[in-house]
Structure formats: structure tokens, C-alpha cells
Design a protein around this ligand. Sequence first.
Ligand SMILES: Cc1cc2nc3c(=O)[nH]c(=O)nc-3n(C[C@H](O)[C@H](O)[C@H](O)COP(=O)(O)OP(=O)(O)OC[C@H]3O[C@@H](n4cnc5c(N)ncnc54)[C@H](O)[C@@H]3O)c2cc1C
Length: 522
Amino acid sequence: MIGSGGAGLTAAISSAEEGCSVTVLSKTATGAASATSYSSGFFTFPDEDLSAGEYRDLVRGVGKNLSREDLLEALGEQARDCLLQLRSWGATLRFLGGGHATVIDSARVPMTSGSGLVSELREIASDKGVTFLENVFVTRLLVEGGRVFGVDYLDWTTGEAGRLFSKAVILATGGAGQIFLRNDTPARVTGDGYALALESGLALEDMEFIQFYPLGFDEPRFPCWMIRLPVLDLARLTDGSGREFLREEMKARGLRDGMAVSLFARDMAARIIQEKLADGGEVLLHLEDIERSRWGEWDLRKSLGCYPHGVTPWEYGPVHVSPLAHYFSGGVAIDARASTSIEGLFAAGEVTGGVDGASRVGGNALTGMVFSGITAGRGAARLALSASPRPFKQGEGPRKSGFTRGRGPSPRVLKDEIKRLNQECLGPLREEGSILRGVSTLEEYRRSLPAMTIEKPTDLLEALELRSLILASLAVGYSALSREESRGVHFRTDHPREVPGFERPQEVRIEGGRFVTRFKDR
Ligand SMILES: Cc1cc2nc3c(=O)[nH]c(=O)nc-3n(C[C@H](O)[C@H](O)[C@H](O)COP(=O)(O)OP(=O)(O)OC[C@H]3O[C@@H](n4cnc5c(N)ncnc54)[C@H](O)[C@@H]3O)c2cc1C
């Protein structure tokens, strides 16, 4: 198992339950620095109030008809059972009715409910005999003859390289929010799984579809953190002239409150906020509107994400806000059994693509994560238990770092340059000229990274992540360039409307050293 967020841990537990010997490799402490631990712990799934058919229609509609039907079918049928399975293992999960569930009561770190889920899953996995290998960065999938044999890794705290053979491997490395300067994901969410997949010859699909959360603090005095959309019901969002431009759009679209925007229309909200900013305007959230009697309410403090920083933003008056990179809809192509096209290689969680299409229903990432985690875990275990061992023939030893040490810039400086570039060129509003500029600069980084100063272990980790950032960014850039239309979260100012011929998923891969894209038949 590569990764110990929700996908990796649910996969590990279900594999162990099948009687398999499981090792989870994480590039930090188990479960730490995962998007799952930062999450709000809110699920959307079919239940007695939302039939499987209604759920599929919802996901398909919000995803602008790009969701893969085989995955939607399986998710609609199995999501509820997967969540019940999670609860039967001992995870705290409250079913709310109306097609939703939450882990809110299990939070051990008050702000981020997801951290409660992660610590529970870690304990359950440990009780089932799962082994954890921490602070190891997986640098390569061992693939030969269309089959996976294990992984190479580097312990970034010591610099030692290692190799682990396995009959099945599950990629559960999460998304790549950190390719952008403005994001609300943990610092280690750097797209490593996308890079591992691309370098193994796999295709990624729908990489142009990156969800930007509409509201994030955009003032140096506040942390770069999302502000949950239900706050819109307590505080006005205006431009510099005081016009409630988002409220007007919500009314026109029949979106009755902030929760409706959060569930169904994050793409619209992020786009019109970003357009306002691109025109040189301001976007202000009037936190001073929040009644004094409500300031201490736990939900509100959590909703504003200010608890751990001791900040009380409502005492400052209006604050500047702008969208933040939040979630990758696209990723490694899997089938309904969570298998990739490499034999023995499965994938689960945000690193995969296909369910969301062009935009995601709020709460559906965690549902997809649990479904694909459990499915991949079972599938990998069955394969591993039935397959006979085969020798891996490649002669070379474990992969080392893959970059040059020297007296050049620190990897952190280069990462920041790339994040700034992506923010400008591949952010919420895109057009051909800026995408081309982004892609050609990224290609230069790919061709000739300068020698880097590596002084401490975290420099080594950052240098390893740099390669992932570059490859993940290029996958996004080339995909965004080819999709000459606007759909869901992908907004091209030079092609501002949906174009019927583009109602197809797109894949991107590396062939002969070059990125190539292709629209697929549905
Ligand atoms: C602030 C925030 C709030 C959210 N709230 C919700 C919500 O309420 N509902 C919802 O549906 N979705 C939500 N999401 C999205 C959802 O949390 C994520 O999509 C989901 O948790 C991803 O889980 P994952 O296991 O796939 O990846 P992660 O949880 O990110 O885990 C990835 C793991 O892979 C490891 N890893 C990565 N690369 C390597 C490598 N090279 N070698 C070894 N290990 C590696 C990491 O260390 C980590 O352990 C939210 C996202 C954010 C950022």
C-alpha cells in the first residue's frame, strides 16, 4: 500500500481481513499530512432518502456528463455498504439521512474532523496486523512485462534506498493541491502518485479538472485556509462596491443557501469570484455581519478554520477572499474493481479519476475514497493470495534520488517558483497563451533541473517531490490546453462555453518521453 490517508488505510484493513500480509508505506508518519486528515469528514452517498439512481444522476449532472458509467454504477450500488463496513470496523460515522454522513463526532483534533477518522483507521489497521513503514518516499513502481512486482523507496531521513517486492501494489497517494501557490491541502500533497503512474506508462484521465474551493482567506494575517460555504448564510460576500454578486447568481440558479453551493455549484462560485478578481476587483466576506452572540459557536469557529491559530477574523471586519486549489477530479484510470491496466497494480482515492468528471458533488470524495479503498484492498488481496511468485528480472538496484546535488537553489525555492507559475498559468481561469507559457516553462524544468543544495533531510524530501510537482503540473497543463471549451471546473476565457464535441473524457500519458493527450470514446 502506498499512502496512509483514508484510501490507503481502508485498503490495508480490507486486504488484511482477507488474510493478506500488508505493508503500508508513507512518506511521513502514518496518516499524517494526508488530505483525509484535513477533511471536514462529510460524505454524500445513496441512502434511504437518496436512491442509487438519484445519486448517479446527481454526480453525472454536477460532473457535466463526463463521469464514467461503470464506476458510477458500482459506486451507486456499493457506497452505502462500504460506509457500513467502515462503521462495523469501529470508525465513528454518523448517518444523517438525506444522502449524507459525517465523522464529526470522532474528531480528536478539534478543527479537522478527518484527523479523527485517520487515527481510528490507523488503530484498526494496526489491530489487524498491518505493518507500517514510515518516512519512506516511493520513488518507482517495479513494472516488467505489464505486471507490477513491488516498489523502490528512499528513506528521506537517512538517504537509504530500499526495495519491497509484493504480488500486488495499491497506489493511494492522494491528489496534488500543492502544485498551486494557493491551496488548502497539506504540504505533502504533491502528486507523487501521478508521477509514478506516468513514469510507468499509465494514462491519467481528466487532469484538467481541478476543483478550486470558492472561499479562502486571502490576507497575509490569516492562514491560507478554506472558509466553508455555509458561512455565506451568515455574512455578505460583496465586491468593492458592496454588490452581492454571488447571491445574485445563486438566486438566478435557484441555489437557496451556502450548503447548496457547497454541494452542487463550487465550480460556478469559484469562477465568478475569480473573474471579479481578474477584473481588478476585490471580493470581501463581511465577517462583521456575524452576530456577536454566535462568535463562540463551535461550528462557526470550525467553519472559519480559525481555531488552531487563535485568530478570530470577525473582529477584523471584511476580509479579502479568493479560491484555493482543493481537489483533483482526475487521475489514474481504474475499472470498477479499482484495477489499473498494469497487472497487480490497483489504485484508490484521490489519485484516481473517472467518478467526478468535470466537477464534484460536495462530500463525494470521501465516499469514492472509501469505496475504491475497500474495493482495491479486497481485489489486491485475492490476487496476491492466488498468484504464484515470479522473478523480477531487471538487474539494476533500487532507484536513488534522480537529481543532482550541488550549490544551486534549495528545492523549496524551485517548488515555490513552479507553484507561482501554475497559479498564474493553470489556475481557475485559463487561456491558450498562459497555458502554453506554463507548459513550456515546466518542460524546461523537466529537461534541466539545476543542481540543488541539499543540507537537511527535509531538503531531500522536497527534492523528491519536485519531480512529482513538475510531472503532475505538465499533465494538467497539456490536458487544459487540449480541452478547448469550458466545462465544470475547467474554465477557458478564450473558449467560455461548453462545446458538444468535447463531452468526452481525456487521457494524458508520456510516450517516447513526450506528453500526449487523447480524447476517449465514451
Ligand atoms: C481541507 C479539505 C477538506 C476536505 N473535506 C472533504 C469533505 O468533507 N468531504 C469530502 O468528500 N472530501 C473532502 N475533501 C477531499 C478529501 O479529503 C480527499 O479527496 C481524500 O481525503 C483523499 O484521500 P486519499 O487517501 O486518496 O489521499 P490522502 O488522504 O491525501 O493520503 C495520501 C497518502 O499518500 C502518502 N504518499 C503520497 N505520496 C507518497 C510517496 N511518494 N511515497 C509514500 N507515500 C506517499 C501521503 O503521505 C498520504 O499518507 C477535503 C479536502 C481538503 C483539502
